[in-house]
Design a protein around this ligand. Structure first.
Ligand code: HEM
Length: 83
């Protein structure tokens, strides 16, 4: 490998672009609105990890394969202790 320092950022970028798990699920704890949509307490919601990993509000230049600089974080492992 020409530049071993790129191994970790390159791996994180690949994980964000192609996560093996697409969704996580939660039960709603309160009565909020999600994106303007009323949601009942205790309703089950499915969260798209694919969409979160490609959130244009969080990541610039979504479709570029750029491993130098930029954010490296992602929600490949969802949330909680596993993440
Ligand atoms: C690349 C490998 C893996 C990926 C991408 C992955 C991804 C995920 C995701 C997205 C969740 C849901 C998290 C959430 O609800 O927010 C999850 C949950 C979980 N995973 Fe994995 N996982 C991987 C490997 C493993 C391995 C190797 C183990 C065990 C040896 C494991 C054990 C678990 C357990 C126990 C949960 C439930 C955790 C909880 O409810 O807090 N996972 N995983």
């Amino acid at each position: 490998m020409a530049d071993p320092d790129l191994a970790v950022p390159g791996t994180e970028k690949n994980r964000r672009d192609g996560p093996p798990v697409a969704i996580a699920a939660r039960y709603v704890a309160a009565d909020p609105e999600i994106l303007g949509c009323p949601v009942k307490r205790r309703a089950a919601v499915v969260l798209s990890l694919l969409a979160a990993n490609r959130d244009p509000a969080a990541f610039e230049d979504l479709h570029a394969f750029r491993i130098r600089g930029g954010r490296r974080d992602h929600v490949l492992f969802g949330g909680g202790i596993h993440a």
